[in-house]
Design a protein around this ligand. Sequence first.
Ligand code: 13P
Length: 256
Amino acid sequence: MQTPTPIIAANWKMFKTIDQAITFVVQLQGELGPVHDREVVIAPPFTALQAMRQIMNVPGFRLAGQNCHWEEQGAFTGEISPLMLRDAGCDYAIAGHSERRHVFGETDEETGKKVQALFRHGIVPILCVGETLEEREGGKTFDVITRQITAATEGLPPEASAKLVLAYEPVWAIGTGKTATPDQAQEVHRFIRDKCASLFDKDVAKGLRLLYGGSVKPDNVDALMAREDIDGMLVGGASLEVPSFKRIIQFHTGEK
Ligand code: 13P
């Protein structure tokens, strides 16, 4: 089986105006040139999606939403639907980010409904999973990951599960400067792949792209990307400046 194309994804969270977003992408594309062997995914604030759509339309670049509701439309003040994300040019959307779960109280069940709804609208979910520090120290990491993946993928048709992107983002590593070591990340990624093999199918699991997120920086990306079950990065803080995000996109690992 072919090794999956790596994804380097930027989650800009609640940062950047439309002008700042455009300036960033124009500069990044100018410095990078064509990107062929990896996908660069950017999840800007919703307000910048439409404007970015025009300039992201080059090979190797993809647009993502940071979140969505599971309904197509309705009386849900302040929400955005998968249909609207698709309409704005998104190929991907983040589902179940830890800030959604822990700051806004999103449940496993709601995350699952978002995953299903995104697939219905032709958007590939980037499903985030990860344990808190307390859960890790209590030896619960694998139980938490199992619960999050099982709940979010229940009832997914096989053709959908084969496209799913998963991101392991340990909550204790997000925005803290404390990255999981390559060994810690690899251990959980292997567990996720094995879990997907039992939930979906062995061959499907081999082809899935499993991203790591949590204080990814230019100086740790190569060691993380070198590990067997790590197929990409989901980057917060270090994706906000062109030089650091560009260096992360240009990771090099040698042969895996
Ligand atoms: P940081 O890279 O800032 O730790 O954020 C990670 C993250 O939450 C990406 O979704």
